[in-house]
Design a protein around this ligand. Sequence first.
Ligand code: ATP
Length: 261
Amino acid sequence: MKTGFVMPQHDHAPLACRNLTKTYHSTDPATEVLRGVDLTVGRGEFLAVMGSSGSGKSTLLYNMSGMDRPTSGTVHLEGRELTTLKDAELSRVRLTRMGFIFQQAYFLNNLNLQDNILLPALKAAPGDSEAVVSRVDSLMDRFGIDHVRRHGVTQVSGGQLQRASICRALATEPAVLFADEPTGALNSSMTTEVMDALTDAHSGGTTLVMVTHDPVCAARADRVVYLRDGRITDSRELGRWRADDGRREDELFAWLSGNGF
Ligand SMILES: Nc1ncnc2c1ncn2[C@@H]1O[C@H](COP(=O)(O)OP(=O)(O)OP(=O)(O)O)[C@@H](O)[C@H]1O
């Protein structure tokens, strides 16, 4: 992958949530999944969210990113409160200011890879198509998928598809990139490929929030928080070492083990 890509900067802290709760009343008894989460993500920070299965990691990501509505609490994105926005406004903020990567890459089978990447960015900035096309060109070049740009979705590898998801998510120049188990469906070499791409995006200034079960992936983050029963109970800074320094993994494994992971 090539270097030199730098995300634009914004004035406010990208993301902050206060006393966030999420309770499902559809179950009997009600399920309290988030029980008062306070979390601030700094500009350009790479944050990993870990915790045991069912601790509420994905729920936290969905509620911070406006994919779901919290029961109470606030979420600020670049200083703007999201929980009070109407659905259409929230959709617009999600389209223009957030990027998403999921375990499975959701693409349209009738479009080639490049058009799949272009589609949401053109929708976000319809009057700026020349700049969008040029940005997408450089992203595909940067993340090493320019040679498969005209391939169909089923004609590329899982790692290439996930790198295309990263390009698509970055094409709108989001304030925050949210990733939910981005390597969960990949083998180990593709996992490295995708984590290299995310680390590279982070080096270019992208703010990243990633949920993962995989300590090797989490070791790429600046900071890891541990979620237990819907609360953040611990956190560890790893940013003092370079992203490829093995001491990050040693530190993280010891910390996770201390948390009973
Ligand atoms: N729609 C829902 N109704 C009721 N309970 C739900 C609903 N969605 C999620 N839950 C519950 O919320 C809890 C947290 O789920 P969540 O998917 O956030 O956990 P997680 O930490 O991401 O788990 P995993 O690591 O297994 O993906 C689980 O106990 C789950 O059963």
